[in-house]
Design a protein around this ligand. Sequence first.
Ligand code: HEM
Length: 446
Amino acid sequence: MDAENAQAVENAQAVDTAQQPGTPSASGGAVSRRAVIGWAGAGVALGAAVVGSVAAATRQDDADPVPAAQTGADVPFYGENQSGIATPVQDRLHFAAFDVSENATRESLVKMLKEWTKAAAAMTGGREVGTGAANGLPEAPPDDTGEALGLPASRLTLTIGFGPTLFEKAGPDGQPVDRFGLRAKRPEALIDLPNFKGDKLDPLRSGGDICVQACADDPQVAVHAIRNLARIGMGTVNIRWSQLGFGKTSSTTPDAQTPRNLMGFKDGTHNIAGTDAAGLAEHVWAAPGDGPEWMTGGSYLVARRIRMHVETWDRASLKDQEDTFGRTKGEGAPYGKAKEHDAPDLKAMPADSHVALAHPDANNGLMILRRGFSFTDGTDGLGRLDAGLFFLAYQRDTRKAFVPLQQRLAASDKLNEYIQHVGSAHFACPAGVRKPGEWWGQALFG
Ligand code: HEM
């Protein structure tokens, strides 16, 4: 994409985020994917202002009282915090962990991050990357792979994180190497996660220098986003591992119906709500003084691929299943209470039940923001489903949140009879990109 086009896309994003519904936009060059199919396909020459107004009409005013989860309105890309963390959870996930190539330099990495940011701003706004899938030079590969043409943004969010190995990675002699001059900027909270009891981690499904979490209500939109970022990053980064997810297993929207995980239980009943500013400030966003300044307004993400032994689970009695969580299966009510959202009485639950062990009252008030998804990746060759929970948790400091909690759960959770952690990764997700022209990682590399 040339500089002029890049600027046009950025301008369009800036205009679109401030746009009132139905009013014409002055954005030029930013073609909404739906406009391309509906009009260009019919051979209509599109004036820039017309295109802008179509893009704007597909978008809702930020002040709309109906939550985006219900209207399907685009989630703003620009903001103090990255979207995709406190944002109401979308239906689908494509998560990718990238490694930076051996021959990449700090300069090539920064260049890629700038390009990624522009592409992310376009895709989360429902626009094509660069000159698009079908409008570029006939001699060159298209800027956009095209499989999301005609689809709305579907509440796409793209959230970036930086793994411990971006800051220091073992070289051929085993000694840590500071490949990009970032060692001094590694947050202390971005630890190498300890081994937990029962872990059976596959290195090929663990770690990563950079992650991108793509969430959308349409899987094709989420996959398109990761694929385009991978395409842009070719030569600079390679995908190390990736995970598709469906059926969100958590809710950051307290008034919405709580989704169920693959064990059939409501999951996300007691979570930090995306609207709970005080809870987010206390437990999720890194605050000034917490660590390096570049992480202020960011959050630490732990990703765990947790396999469920669903065949064993499906043979367990209902009582055994309910005892595992300390909640009823139908209503999701805590033991001794009638309704899902009644305050749990931990003493009424088996002491080794998941909720009795994980509830903040049993952990000095500790809370994490859970944002996981279910996965089913075929079978394992032994006739068992390779299925489970792709657990995603955001927190202000992993050392004080996921680590002590998981140590406790790994030691005595009844749920361990039915699950195994098989993948693990840890990332520092910086604050949001506040306006066009800024880029992912600017505060870290700047
Ligand atoms: C496959 C693995 C897991 C499954 C199936 C699972 C399922 C559940 C379910 C059904 C609940 C009760 C409903 C709710 O409040 O959301 C729950 C709560 C919770 N889980 Fe998990 N979970 C898993 C792994 C984990 C892990 C690894 C952690 C953290 C290290 C964790 C932390 C929590 C927390 C903090 C709560 C809320 C407890 C409360 O405040 O009452 N879970 N989980």
